[in-house]
Ligand binder design. Structure first.
Ligand code: NAD
Length: 341
């Protein structure tokens, strides 16, 4: 291992995972990225090798490296396995979910979009506190659900968004909430958001937006937005909405940042319908690796990678079928490698 190598766990994943991971690793090699990969299994491959979708050697590797690039994992249905994402969130305290959205392919619904959604990842309505209650004669006639937002976590996610904005040359953070109706549950996020935002006065602009108005503006005038920070459920919905603005999930990278590790991945799944055909789009995972480079402070390499994607996909129109092109995974990878050399 070279002196400056950064150990990182690599989970190639299921379905199209091996194809797109191979493409990304090849391109990172051409780029001269500093990662020394520790290859581990997950998903169906994890079940085959160790009997569980997130085996102990994989968890142990991430504990050691604190850094992982993860291909899509197939979720086995009806076998009682705990969700891989939930396990990772709990194990590594992955409190921040970062979803940048950028136009790469013009001719999609919107051009020149460049915004980021920062979603709180461990609290809110996803605490899964829900059960049935009786309603008249029906013992399951009412569904009850509850959630919680702590001041500590609200402050931490907003601070994360401002620090991300500073580190990445962003100008504005929008606090997205529903405090007009959920005066306490969402109000606590807004209160903490305002308090933290004051610390960045004069450096990063702040604005507040009610989530429903935000959803509308993201469709009518998405260029208004720079960095959006919000609670779990709102962030989940808005980040899929923003992916839809720029070509869908095949173009959507995601980062899960925690206290003990950071895990980078494509937002899409294992695409079993096209697995093994050599036509999968590797760009979402490649963009996730660009986020990973920025995360370890290699903004130079991250920018070079982004520029190569912009050149090949946007200007030279080398695109896979999901983006309306004809290129295979291999042809796109070769064109990107050429641009990086
Ligand atoms: P999916 O994202 O795998 O596929 C949806 C559609 O998008 C399919 O038609 C697929 O061919 C296409 N697609 C997705 N990624 C593509 C790519 N890179 N290039 C070209 N086309 C692409 O969603 P799904 O079918 O609902 O899920 C399949 C499996 O993936 C399920 O087991 C699901 O649980 C899992 N999943 C995993 C993750 C993850 O690991 N992060 C995320 C979502 C779904």
């Amino acid at each position: 291992m070279a002196d400056n190598a950064i150990p990182a766990t690599l989970i190639e994943g299921d379905g199209i995972g091996p194809e797109i991971t191979a493409a990304v690793v090849e391109l990172l090699d051409v780029l001269g990225a500093p990662f020394a990969w520790d290859r581990q299994s997950g998903g169906l491959a994890g079940i085959e090798a160790h009997g569980v979708p997130l085996p102990e050697p994989t968890l142990e590797s991430i504990r050691r490296t604190g850094l992982a690039l993860k291909g899509p994992l197939t979720t086995p249905v009806g076998q009682g396995f705990k969700s891989v994402n939930v396990t990772m969130r709990q194990e590594f305290g992955l409190y921040a979910n970062l979803r940048p959205t950028k136009t790469v392919v013009s001719g999609c619904r919107f051009d020149n979009i460049d915004l980021v959604v920062v979603r709180e990842n461990i609290e809110g309505l996803y605490a899964a506190m829900e059960h049935y209650l009786p309603d008249g004669d029906d013992p399951k006639g009412l569904a009850y659900g509850a959630g919680f937002n702590s001041r500590r976590e609200c402050a931490r996610i907003v601070r994360f968004a401002f620090e991300y904005a500073l580190a990445n040359g962003r100008k504005k953070v929008t606090l997205v909430h529903k405090a007009n109706i959920l005066k306490i549950f969402s109000g606590i996020f807004l209160e903490e958001g305002r308090r933290v935002a004051a610390e960045y006065a004069g450096r990063i602009a702040v604005e507040e937006r009610i989530v429903d108005a935000c959803a509308m503006q993201l469709v009518t005038d998405p260029w208004k937005y720079d960095v959006i920070v919000t609670t779990n459920l709102f962030g989940d919905i808005l980040s899929d909405l923003t992916a839809g603005l720029v070509g869908g999930l095949g173009m959507a990278p995601g980062a899960n940042i925690g206290t003990k590790a950071a895990v980078f991945e494509a937002v899409h799944g294992s695409a079993p319908d096209i697995a093994g055909q050599g036509i999968a789009n590797p760009l979402a995972l490649l963009m996730a690796s660009s986020l990973m480079l920025a995360h370890v402070g290699r903004f130079d390499l991250s920018h070079r990678l982004d520029d190569a994607i912009e050149k090949v996909v946007h200007r030279d129109s080398v695109r896979t079928r999901d983006l309306g092109g004809q290129a295979t995974t291999k042809e796109l990878t070769q064109a990107l490698a050429q641009a990086l050399r």
